[in-house]
Design a protein around this ligand. Structure first.
Ligand code: NAD
Ligand code: WQD
Length: 346
């Protein structure tokens, strides 16, 4: 059985489904601070069976110990964490507590239970503004410009030290570039609980008329059209990388690091135009100054994941946008409808 922390969230639900579809038993541990149970109902309807679920917090050591005592867990995928960059500036301690403290707590509970396989959700944010493009895993780690990024870098340091301390550990750090998209069924996707911070969730709400226009932060970057460039990766491809990483950790101890991206960069305006083409919806834009802390460009060299994991991204930008648009049209309020339906049934 695989323990998936944060398995009710955006990326976690896609990973839980992929795990179940490849025959694994899954136990989700999530405190639902940024997700809902109905996301797991949808996973169950797609998988044809239900993942086990424990409502709880990764910072609760007694709970973790009882989970490891109760279930035959072979490995952990650790998605649970807080991810809003702006919020992390306002509430840094909450971010360090959850993302660093929670990860330390989890590693302690794993070691005590004799479970040493761990796949961790890291981020390309740990590179800061890399001087070299594309970014490979040898590139120097930067100075993330916000507590969220710092917390991911600190959690990586913790995991390096842990792996060095005991040869039984097998840890995979997956450095995600910019995950977007949704499950092709239109049943799973990203459901922001408040104003979206990230580009595509905001754009989708403009497209459905929930917001008047999309702010484009910065038009004077040293990029071909002046807007910032990112490597967008389909969330289903990203989930697939987790399965490959898990397989790899069955035969490799120590710590391994992989970039998870397509290797292609698109500017904000390129993404907007590609979306307009896919959806046939015109997006109204407002040009704004650069967002503090943003970097000009960031895209991956995914060679190591291809060579070591036999993983490549297979879904292109159009597919990411088509799937995201299907999700948004069917679920403009996220998973809220399911909750309402449930209340009516009760
Ligand atoms: P998400 O917010 O949708 O999912 C995170 C899940 O963790 C949520 O279900 C939340 O309820 C749960 N959670 C938070 N704190 C918890 C705690 N203390 N105990 C138990 N559960 C808790 O976010 P996501 O986009 O699915 O991201 C998953 C992971 O990937 C995070 O660690 C994030 O930092 C990392 N990551 C995300 C991105 C991105 O752009 N989405 C990029 C790089 C890395
Ligand atoms: C992409 C580009 C914005 C919103 C963040 C985190 C990173 C990782 C992924 C978790 C930027 C521009 C955005 C908008 C815009 N998360 N933009 N209008 O900043 O690359 O990465 O999410 O680990 O750590 O920092 O992603 O989607 O927020 O922004 O013009 O309304 O779109 O300025 O250039 P980012 P993003």
């Amino acid at each position: 059985m695989i323990l998936v922390t944060g398995g009710a969230g955006y990326i976690g639900t896609h990973a839980v489904l992929a795990l179940m579809q490849s025959g694994h038993d899954v136990l989700v541990l999530d405190n639902l601070c940024n997700s809902t149970r109905s996301a797991l109902d949808r996973v169950a309807s797609l998988a044809g069976r239900r993942p086990r679920f424990v409502l709880g917090d990764i910072r609760n050591r007694a709970l973790l110990d009882s989970v490891f005592a109760q279930f035959p867990i072979e490995a952990v995928m650790h998605f649970a964490g807080l991810k809003a960059v702006g919020e992390s500036v306002r509430e840094p301690l909450r971010y360090y507590d959850t993302n660093v403290g929670g990860s330390v707590n989890l590693c302690q509970a794993m070691a005590q239970a004799g479970v040493f396989r761990l796949v961790f959700s890291s981020s390309a944010t740990v590179y800061g503004q890399s001087k070299k493009m594309p970014i490979n895993e040898h590139c120097a780690l930067g100075q993330p410009t916000n507590p969220y990024g710092q917390s991911k870098l600190m959690a990586e340091h913790v995991m390096h030290s842990v792996a060095e301390s005991d040869p039984r550990w097998a840890i995979g750090l997956l450095r995600y570039f910019n995950p977007i998209g949704a499950h092709a069924s239109g049943l799973l996707g990203e459901a922001p609980k408040s104003v979206p911070n990230n580009l595509l969730p905001y754009l989708l709400q403009v497209a459905t008329g929930q917001r008047p226009s999309l702010p484009v932060y910065g038009t004077d970057y040293p990029t071909p059209d002046g807007t910032a460039v990112r490597d967008y990766i389909h969330v289903v491809d990203l989930a697939g990388a987790h399965l490959k990483a898990l397989d790899y950790l069955m035969n490799h101890t120590g710590i391994s690091v992989w970039n998870v991206g397509t290797g292609l960069g698109y500017s904000v305006l390129e993404l907007v135009h590609a979306f307009e083409h896919v959806s046939k919806v015109k997006i109204s834009l407002s040009f704004e100054p650069r967002r503090p802390g943003d970097i000009a460009q960031c895209w991956s060299d995914p060679t190591r994941a291809r060579q070591q994991l036999d993983w490549v991204a297979t879904r292109d930008l159009n597919c990411m946008l088509e799937d995201a648009w299907r999700w948004q049209c069917r679920n403009p309020e996220g998973y809220v409808l399911d909750t309402l339906e449930l209340k009516i049934k009760l």
